[in-house]
Design a protein around this ligand. Structure first.
Ligand code: NAD
Ligand SMILES: O=C(O)C(=O)C[C@@H](O)[C@H](O)[C@H](O)COP(=O)(O)O
Ligand code: ZN
Length: 364
């Protein structure tokens, strides 16, 4: 293991489901230990693009005396389908996976969401170790135990809360990540800045050298660690989203609508960027979010090269998709808005006219 690794614990001290998120270059070497002593077989679920890394992990686990089974799935959201889930179940069944075996999610957020749900559902729950290989996976998707897949009707509509046994964020994995995916991941980091840790925003705003978008910079490492610390604290307090975990959903009602309407051709992080602009405007229209904070959203996202606007001719499809958001209760639409910097709150049942007006304000 790298001697420059950082560990952030998730879960209450002394509880069996507490786990570490390990961050640093080279920390993938710790995967066999992270799986624990009782595991024999390991299903390594990875996307097509990471076939070579999958083989490296296969060798690493074999050398450690484990019996890996590589499962290759499609890239991106195409992995988060009932068909891919069924394929994974079939392969685990054919290999005779038992409750002492484990799953590894090796890939971006789409794969860690799928792998987590495979683990949550197989034999009603086996261990999963998440090895995120995108920035977004490291700072958000792999941490916190939200797992799931999409259905034709919407994003993440089927899933389970299933905390991982460990999360391994090997920063070396970011070397091959396309720049646009790195930047998209920063949208979730900025989200953590607005809802909980303004130092994140300072780091982005004061970056004069492009360090915030350079995968191997000290700034990116600090951003990763700060965002994970925000998420770790929230999910430790509220794993199943009955309270403050909803704040991690800031910007996501609109974002998930955009992803669905665009048939998942938009990156999740890009949709979250626009979704934060939308809800910042909504909060302002509702008299909750101060105008200068709305302007700060636009400035921070622009600095990173993230989108702030969306096409203006999709309202019926968007409002329909937003009606299926998990924060809603019956006909009551519920949003997370900011009452100030690092002061998230809920906006329940806003006037439909405000919902459409906020859309108009961010329309191209
Ligand atoms: N469960 C959660 O709490 C949570 C949180 C945030 C996002 N998510 C989900 O995460 C998904 C988005 O994740 P994402 O942004 O990582 O996208 P992604 O998983 O689709 O990955 C983006 C692309 O990068 C490729 N890739 C992954 N690692 C790579 C690497 N190191 N080098 C080169 N290519 C690489 C992938 O194969 C894919 O084509 C969405 O489905 C979103 O809903 C879940
Ligand atoms: O961890 C959470 O809780 C989040 O809401 C984090 C989000 O960034 C993430 O995109 C999550 O998958 C959204 O969940 P959903 O419940 O809105 O599907
Ligand atoms: Zn998200």
């Amino acid at each position: 293991m790298s001697d420059t690794a950082t560990k952030i614990a998730v879960g209450l001290e002394g509880q069996a489901d507490r786990y570490d998120v390990t961050i640093g270059p080279g920390v993938l070497a710790g995967l066999p230990q992270a799986l624990g002593p009782k595991v024999a077989r390991v299903a390594v679920i990875h996307p097509r693009t990471l076939r070579a890394l999958g083989r490296t992990v296969n060798q690493q686990l074999t050398d450690a005396g484990l019996r890996p089974l590589l499962i290759e799935v499609p890239d991106g959201e195409n992995a988060k389908t009932a068909e891919t889930l069924t394929m994974c179940w079939a392969l685990l069944g054919q290999a005779g996976f038992t409750r002492s075996d484990a799953v590894v999610g090796l890939g971006g957020g789409a794969v860690t969401d799928l792998a987590g749900f495979v683990a949550a559902s197989w034999l009603r729950g086996v261990a999963v170790v998440q090895v995120p290989t995108t920035l977004l996976g490291m700072v958000d998707a792999a941490v916190g135990g939200k797992t799931g897949i999409n259905t034709a009707e919407g994003k993440n509509l089927v899933g389970a809360f299933h905390p991982p046994r460990a999360v391994i964020c090997d920063l070396d994995a970011l070397r091959t990540l396309p720049h646009a995916d790195l930047v998209a991941g920063l949208a979730e980091v900025v989200k953590c800045g607005f809802i909980a840790d303004p130092v994140i925003l300072d780091l982005v705003e004061n970056d004069t050298t492009g360090a915030a978008t350079s995968w191997d910079s000290a700034v990116v490492r600090e951003l990763v660690e700060r965002a994970i610390a925000v998420k770790a604290k929230v999910v430790t307090n509220d794993l199943k989203e009955s309270g403050e975990r909803e704040f991690l959903n800031y910007g996501h009602t609109f974002a998930h609508g955009v992803e669905q309407v665009e048939q998942y051709t938009w990156r999740h992080g890009e949709a979250v960027a626009v979704g934060m602009m939308y809800v910042a405007r909504l909060g302002e229209l509702a008299g909750r979010t101060p105008p200068e904070l709305v302007a700060r959203h636009a400035a921070a996202l622009e600095k990173l090269g993230l989108p702030r606007t969306y096409r203006g001719d999709r309202w019926p499809a968007l409002i329909s998709a937003m009606g299926r958001d998990k924060k809603n209760r019956g006909d009551l639409m519920r949003f997370v808005v900011l009452d100030g910097l690092a002061a998230p709150g809920r906006l329940e049942g806003p006037d439909p006219a405000l919902l459409e007006e906020a859309y108009r304000l961010i329309s191209e």
